[in-house]
Write a protein that binds this ligand. Structure first.
Ligand code: SAH
Length: 346
C-alpha cells in the first residue's frame, strides 16, 4: 500500500484497482501516510499559508431542482432572497477592509434575463477593487454568457461536475438536467479563459467507490485549477433528505489523493467539512487542502442559503471569525496567506 502512495506521488496516476485500495483501506497507518505525503506536497506548492476566499451568497432563487439541494426550485419552505447590488458591494468593501482579495459570488441558477445584471455587478466590483479576483459560482449558462461575465472581469468559475457517472447523475438530478451538458459548460468555461473549479459531493446518495474512481480519473484528465469537494449533508425538505451524510474521513482521503495527483490544484477545506465536525476544516488542511472560504454574506440572509441542514456560517466559518480562524490554523502550524491566490498553473 505504501508503494501505491509513493507511485501516486511520483506518477500522479494510478489504476482503478489501486485507487479502490486507497479508498477502502481501513488501516490507519496507511491513511496517515497518505495524508502526510499530501501535506508535504501541498506545503511544497504553497508553504504553510492558507488562502482565503470571501463567499458572498448572492441569491437562493434557483430554476433547478437538484434532488439533494436545499434551495431547489420545489422547496416551498425556503424564503427566497436576492442581494441588491448595494448589498454585494457593501460585502466586498467590508471584506476588503479585513484583507480579502478574492470574492466568490455563489447562488442558485437564474435564467438568462439576469445575465446583464451579473455582468454589471462584476464590472462594478472590478472597478471598486481592481486588485481582487472575482470567482463566480452561478451554475450552467450558454458560452456567450460565460464570455460576457469573463469580459466584465470575472477571473474564476466554480461548477462542480457532481459525478462523472451518467447513471448516478440521473439519480441526483431531474431529467431536464444532464451530465453531458454540465461537462459542456465546464469546457466552455475553460475555453472562455477562466480558472475553473469542479468537484463532487462525497458520500452522495447512491455514490459508489467505483463512481468516485471515475471522478478521480475525470479530474486528472480535466486538470481543473480548483477542486471543490465536500461531504454530502442531507437537507430535510429534499427528496434525498433521509440519506446519511458523507464523512470527513472519506473527504479528507480524497483531498489527499487529489493533492498527490494534481499538486498545483487549489483545494478548499469546505464549509461542509466544518459543519460535520468542529475540527473538520483543520483535518482537510492536514490532508492537503490549502484554501478556506469564510462567509462574507450579510448575516440575516445566511440562514436562508441552506443548501443542507445546520450549515456552518458562524465562528471561524464567517468573516467575523477570521481571527478565530487564524488562531485555529496556528494550532497546526499554519497561517492565513492574504494574497489573491491565483492558480500556479496560470
Ligand atoms: N447553483 C450553483 C452553485 C450553488 S450550489 C451550481 O449549480 O453550481 C454549490 C454546491 O453545493 C453544489 O455544486 C453541490 O455540490 C453543493 N451542495 C448542494 N447541496 C448539497 C448538500 N445537500 N450537501 C452538500 N453539498 C451540497
Amino acid at each position: 500500500m505504501i508503494s501505491i502512495i509513493d507511485k501516486l506521488k511520483d506518477k500522479r496516476k494510478l489504476t482503478a484497482e489501486e485507487y479502490k485500495a486507497l479508498l477502502t483501506t481501513s488501516d490507519p497507518q496507511i491513511v496517515a501516510y497518505l495524508t502526510s505525503q499530501a501535506r508535504e506536497v501541498a506545503q511544497g506548492q504553497f508553504g504553510k499559508g492558507i488562502y482565503l476566499r470571501g463567499l458572498i451568497e448572492l441569491s437562493n432563487v434557483c430554476r433547478n431542482d437538484c434532488f439533494y439541494c436545499g434551495i431547489r426550485r420545489s422547496n416551498c419552505h425556503v424564503s427566497r432572497y436576492t442581494l441588491t447590488r448595494e448589498q454585494v458591494l457593501a460585502c466586498c468593501e467590508h471584506g476588503y477592509q479585513i484583507g480579502f482579495r478574492t470574492f466568490v459570488l455563489q447562488g442558485g441558477e437564474w435564467g438568462e434575463e439576469r445575465t446583464t445584471w451579473i455582468a454589471d455587478l462584476v464590472h462594478d466590483i472590478k472597478q471598486g477593487w481592481p486588485d481582487c479576483a472575482i470567482t463566480l459560482s452561478l451554475g450552467e449558462h450558454p458560452l456567450d454568457t460565460y464570455t460576457l461575465w469573463r469580459k466584465a472581469g470575472a477571473d474564476r468559475y466554480l461548477l462542480r461536475h457532481e459525478t462523472h457517472n451518467a447513471s448516478l447523475y440521473k439519480l441526483l438530478h431531474p431529467h431536464e438536467m444532464s451530465h453531458s451538458h454540465r461537462l459542456q459548460c465546464l469546457n466552455w468555461l475553460k475555453e472562455s479563459g477562466y480558472q475553473v473549479g469542479t468537484g463532487i459531493m462525497v458520500g452522495a446518495p447512491f455514490q459508489t467507490i467505483g463512481s468516485i474512481v471515475e471522478d478521480i480519473s475525470f479530474l486528472i484528465d480535466f486538470q481543473p485549477h480548483m477542486i471543490g469537494l465536500g461531504p454530502f449533508i442531507p437537507q430535510h425538505d429534499t427528496p434525498l433528505g433521509r440519506f446519511p451524510a458523507g464523512t470527513v474521513d472519506m473527504t479528507a482521503r480524497l483531498y489527499a489523493i487529489l493533492r498527490l495527483a494534481i499538486p498545483q490544484a487549489l483545494i478548499p477545506s469546505t464549509t461542509a467539512m466544518a459543519t460535520l465536525t468542529p475540527d473538520g476544516r483543520l483535518r482537510g488542511i492536514l490532508a492537503g487542502a490549502n484554501v478556506v472560504m469564510p462567509n462574507l454574506s450579510p448575516t440575516d440572509t445566511r440562514k436562508m442559503y441552506a443548501l443542507y441542514d445546520n450549515k456552518a456560517a458562524l465562528g471561524a466559518e464567517s468573516v467575523q471569525g477570521v481571527q478565530t480562524l487564524a488562531e485555529e490554523l496556528s494550532t497546526i502550524g499554519y497561517h492565513i496567506d492574504w494574497g489573491r491566490g491565483d492558480s500556479p498553473a496560470m
